[in-house]
Design a protein around this ligand. Structure first.
Ligand code: PEP
Ligand code: MG
Length: 754
């Protein structure tokens, strides 16, 4: 992948500039004089008419501190807000920008006092230290000029040098930002937390950018690489030993990235070009960030996070080599870890017991760090723009992972309100935990089985914590998602065996690999389809690649030796497809018995009902299945042609509206006629109001996320199924078709806790 990232080396000019920069740094001048020298050198060497340095102040403005080419009167007078104009944009995004026609850019705004309106082209890069914005350096040209990638890299190298030249953190020196602030981000892992900010800073040491002795730097880099590889090997070993299956999978992938040849080659090349090892690591990272940052493909963007984390590992190794302690510093005991990006190994290196939450400037829900954080039950808010710049170490931070928002330095009232919410949640949790062993039986004596949706080994611990009656959906693809190559037979067998062991006497319903769509497994579904949700995915892949299904079935059969194996087939669109899958699975069962190895004593084979086409083949299909499970997430998406992952449309259609309820009722009736046990395992089952509707429709087994078990049970205990069923029948026969309104009124009138 990184082989596609081109790098041309630095060439002579940047090397010459670096030498001059070293001379400037060596001169005993004030930093203001040094800045003035630097803007002159950069402007001359880059053939630019202007070079300016803007420095960030504590009030989130950028102040012009040195310029070659703009009106000198504007120095220390001209200010821009972060986000304002092109310079402000570079500061807000912390990414480089190069425009041959800057004036045509929608963000272009000029300050008359600088006289910059005559300049057509602009290139600028942020000056960052430990991920925090210190300022921006820009060059401008009168004529339209196309800045080459190599020039951006050179300017970035200067920015790195400047970061060590500026007087400490100017913003910090001027007094920290003290006002309260709310940052809207997105929910990566739900949960609430209050704590003190701890900034995960890249280990940018105060070391020179330009190497005195390139051969010695090369040796330092090689030693650091060996150190990093050794550390990762031992982390993977520890995770495997500790039995953290999913975590060791993630680390394994991560270790593979650490051996990426393109990445290693470019760092060696940068050292050979004359940079210190630290500067080379940083320069290649900047370069990778710049080239990959604009890629919209979520998978590739997540790999960028891996490279950022690996650069951290290397910096830490280089620091160790310089004798600087590089282990993560002690966290305060209520730490909210704030970072631009974070790798899984970074997260695991911190003391879990002290970590309340994580806030990231970037990140997505499927990023490796989110998978690990979810497994460790640490709330994470991502896409919290500029949080690294706005937060100060030790600030009080409220992390509202449920709603994807962060409050920095909250006012006392907000803090108190939040503490009340936390306390209410704690009391509620304690109540749910106390009710763990209470059977879920409605007021009119109907038992409803509440089961768990799981996808990681650690989720199994939730069985005893919640009192759920087994795993209704085990998403086997999650283990595949954390690695580049599909796990082999032995790895799968071991994983499934441990899942069953952890479940004890509770049943576990495994789902055959449901790859594709929003769950891209590079090993199987390479992507690139225009319409992945409707493309080559799930059962379609399994039927076309029988080896994958056979291997999984064999692993499951062996893992379930001596017990019943429950397996269900996802994304079935026709009865015939199910039949083909059944034949393949049964053939594997026959082979397994022929091999004479201990295998499951019984197989129960189920179907997932999640495509509308299947609704009209149920009488043909159901006599051939042992059980059925509605996947309401996909059924809803396909019924309403609304992408479940697209926030602009995914909430447009209410599953409690008549059309969807009628579909769900149709499934219940068909299963009753054919005497097929039925459950529902989409997100719908996790919401108390929806769960009431499902029970009213006749569903008696619901599978949900662990934290939904308590609230759903509490709501069901307060209701009578007959009443709910009557309400639904009336509504579907004569009502407005909007059952949510009716149900809202019902729970209010009957004081049902939802
Ligand atoms: C569903 O579609 O409702 C379901 C349970 O499967 P997934 O969410 O994994 O697609
Ligand atoms: Mg599905």
């Amino acid at each position: 992948m990184t082989g596609s990232i081109r790098h041309d080396g630095m060439g002579n000019r940047p090397r010459r500039m670096l030498r001059r920069l070293r001379d400037v740094m060596a001169q005993a001048a004030t930093y203001q004089e040094r800045l003035e020298l630097i803007v002159r050198i950069v402007a001359a060497d880059m053939s630019a008419e202007v070079c300016s340095i803007y420095v960030r102040r504590s009030d989130r403005t950028l102040e012009l501190w040195a310029t070659e080419g703009l009106n000198p009167e504007a120095v220390r007078r001209t200010r821009l807000r972060v986000g304002e104009g092109l310079v402000g944009d570079i500061a807000a995004s912390t990414r480089p920008l190069a425009l041959s026609d800057a004036q045509a850019h929608p963000k272009f705004a000029y300050r008359p006092e600088t006289g910059e309106e005559i300049f057509q082209s602009l290139m600028g890069v942020p000056i960052l230290r430990s991920e925090r914005l210190l300022g921006v350096i820009v060059v401008q040209n009168r004529t339209r000029r196309h800045y080459a990638d190599e020039e951006i890299e050179t300017l970035e190298t200067f920015a790195m040098a400047l970061a060590s030249l500026l007087p400490g953190d100017v913003a910090e020196e001027q007094g920290a930002e003290t006002g309260p602030m709310r940052i809207a981000g997105s929910c990566l892992v739900p949960g609430l937390a209050l704590g003190r900010a701890f900034l995960h800073r890249r280990l940018l040491l105060e070391v020179p950018v330009v190497a005195e002795d390139p051969a010695a730097e090369r040796r330092r880099l090689e030693t650091a690489l060996a150190d990093m590889h050794g550390r990762l090997d031992s982390l993977v070993g520890q995770a495997q030993l500790a039995g953290h299956g999913a975590t060791s999978d993630v680390l394994e992938t991560y270790r593979m990235f650490a051996r990426d040849r393109g990445w290693l080659h470019r760092m060696r090349e940068a050292v050979d070009d004359g940079l210190t090892a630290e500067a080379a690591v940083q320069r290649v990272l900047n370069d990778t960030r710049m080239r990959m940052g604009s890629i919209s493909d979520a998978y590739l963007r997540e790999r960028l996070v891996d490279f950022e984390a690996l650069a951290d590992e290397l910096m830490a190794a280089l620091a160790r080599e310089r004798g600087v302690p590089a282990t993560p510093p002690e966290l305060p005991d209520d730490a909210v870890l704030v970072a631009r990006t974070l790798g899984p190994a970074d997260l695991l290196a911190y003391d879990r017991k002290r970590l309340r939450a994580v806030v990231l400037e970037e990140g997505t829900a499927t990023a490796h760090v989110s998978i690990v954080a979810r497994a460790l039950q640490i709330p994470v808010v991502g896409r919290a723009e500029s949080v690294m710049t706005d937060v100060e170490p030790g600030d009080t931070v409220i992390v509202d992972g449920d709603n994807g928002q962060v409050f920095l330095r909250p006012r006392e009232q907000v803090r108190e309100q939040f503490l009340r919410s936390l306390e209410a949640r704690r009391v509620q949790r304690a109540r749910f935990a106390a009710g763990r062993d209470t059977p879920c039986v409605t007021r009119d004596g109907v038992a409803v089985a509440l089961q768990l949706n799981a996808g990681l080994l650690v989720d199994l611990a939730e069985l005893s914590a919640t009192g759920a009656e087994g795993v209704g959906l085990y998403r086997t693809e999650i283990a595949f998602m954390t690695r580049r190559d599909a796990p082999d037979l032995a790895a799968q067998t071991e994983l499934y065996r441990r899942i069953l062991e952890a479940a004890g006497d509770y049943p576990v319903t495994f789902r055959a690999l449901d790859a594709g769509g929003d769950k891209r497994l590079t090993a199987l579904a390479p992507g690139g389809e225009e319409n992945p949700a409707l493309g080559w995915r799930s059962l379609r892949i399994l039927l076309d690649r029988p080896g994958v299904l056979r291997r999984q079935v064999r692993a499951l059969l062996e893992a379930a030796a001596g017990r019943t194996l429950r397996l269900m087939v996802p994304m079935v669109c026709t009865a015939d497809e199910f039949e083909q899958a059944r034949r393949m699975i049964e053939r594997e069962c026959d082979r397994a018995s022929e091999r004479g190895r201990p295998v499951a004593c019984r197989l129960e084979l189920g179907v997932m009902i999640e495509t509308p086409s299947l609704l009209w083949q149920l009488d043909e299909l159901l006599p051939r299945v042992d059980f059925a499970a509605v996947g309401s997430n996909d059924l809803l998406q396909f019924s309403f042609a609304a992408d479940r992952g697209n926030p602009n449309v995914s909430h447009r259609y209410d599953p409690l509206d008549a059309p969807f309820l009628r579909m769900l009722r149709h499934v219940v009736r068909c299963c009753e006629t054919n005497r097929v046990p039925l459950s529902l395992c989409g997100e719908m089952a996790s919401r108390p109001l929806e769960a009431l509707a499902l029970v009213g429709l006749g569903y008696r087994t619901l599978s949900m996320s662990p934290d939904a078990v308590g609230p759903v049970k509490e709501a069901l205990l307060a209701c009578s199924t007959a009443e709910l069923a009557g309400l639904l029948e009336r509504e579907l026969a004569t009502g407005t078709g909007r059952f949510r309104t009716v149900l809202d009124a019902f729970v209010r009138d009957h004081r049902v806790p939802v």
